[in-house]
Design a protein around this ligand. Sequence first.
Ligand code: FAD
Length: 394
Amino acid sequence: MAGKRPNVAIVGGGIGGLFAANALRAQGLKVDIYEQAPALGEVGAGVYLTPNSVRHLNRVGLGPQVEKFGALVGTQSHYFHQDGTPIAPVQVTDSSGWNATYGMHRADLVEILAGALPQEIVHTGHRCTGFAQDAETARVSFANGATVAADIVIGADGIHSELRPYVFPPSNPVFHGGIAYRSVVPHRLIPDWPNKAWLMWLGKGKHFLTFPVRHGELVNYVGFVPADQQMKESWSAPGDPDVLRAEFAGWDPRIGELLSHVTQTFRWALYDREPLPVWTKGRLTLLGDAAHPMLPHLGQGANQSIEDGMALATILALCDVSTASAALNVYERLRRERVAAVQRGARENGMRYDSVYADLARRDAEITAHAEFRKRLYDHDVVPEAKAAAMSFA
Ligand code: FAD
């Protein structure tokens, strides 16, 4: 690296964009984030962090915060049939036995990521509406009339990304016929609930998940059910707790007890996209859901966006403005196949969870064997391979 280091504009202040800003700054790069919302924030629900991303949160110095606000998920984690009979333990460590699997409240994670950034680099109230680039620079324009120039632009603006069509022709997300009800219940209302375990119950066309967040003070639940027509169109919306209770009536009585305390819930329609063949054009690249929205059935959307940010920061640390576009192509090549495999894996796991098998014993055997897939997923460290890949231009 000989010349001037590139400055970076990130569009989107979600988990992916905020982590990328932390990772780029840790490499000494100048970064600004532009977020459409008037303030950073997240819905009241949980996110599951796994060792493959926690090692990067540790690397940028956020490990103590994750430990403080997260809830370590332990080896009591289990899959059950809908009536509560056990199926198999859940793999929560990497293959070395390192347990760095945390339930986090999404708002806590956003606060940790944003709190580590200087306030002046986070520009809220900036909805990106346009993009242009030439050989020298990239320009992003916003609905508020502002325009900014940068050497590199990262589109971290989620599944409906405004920047994505500047990289690849527009396409529609794929709807998978299901919705997820999500929220949290205070643990003090259900004091016997295991607050160090990830628990999942599997039934026909539905499944129910819980894990602890905020140091075990809250129990995060997700109820996956088939979607109605209205939900397909509205994407995400408040849900009716009574409808949620009716969906899981007759399941393990522990679920009924938890749901009896639900006063507010949110519904998400479950969409992903086919893996994109291209993520990068010139000075613009995509990250997180903008590049690879996936179903939540491996709990990897946020984890993969963190891996993306770490890979990008490792590679961009070794480029200058003259090699910036080459560096973005290296990032894309490094990430595309790994993430496509996770996108496909999430679809396959969704079929296991929704019991779309004539032979449930075979499904149960696959659930048991799935521990090996999770170990490989969690063992992955993107940093050494990103450093090696960057040698092509550095
Ligand atoms: P987003 O979080 O969508 O952030 C995009 C940001 O860009 C937003 O702040 C948005 O306001 C902003 N933005 C959008 N358009 C513009 C614009 N034009 N201009 C400026 N800003 C803009 N993942 C896990 O790893 N573990 C889990 O346990 C997990 N559970 C899930 C459960 C469900 C039911 C669902 C639906 C998802 C789950 N995920 C999970 C996935 C995870 O939430 C996402 O993959 C992850 O948050 C992606 O982050 P992102 O930053 O790429 O996108």
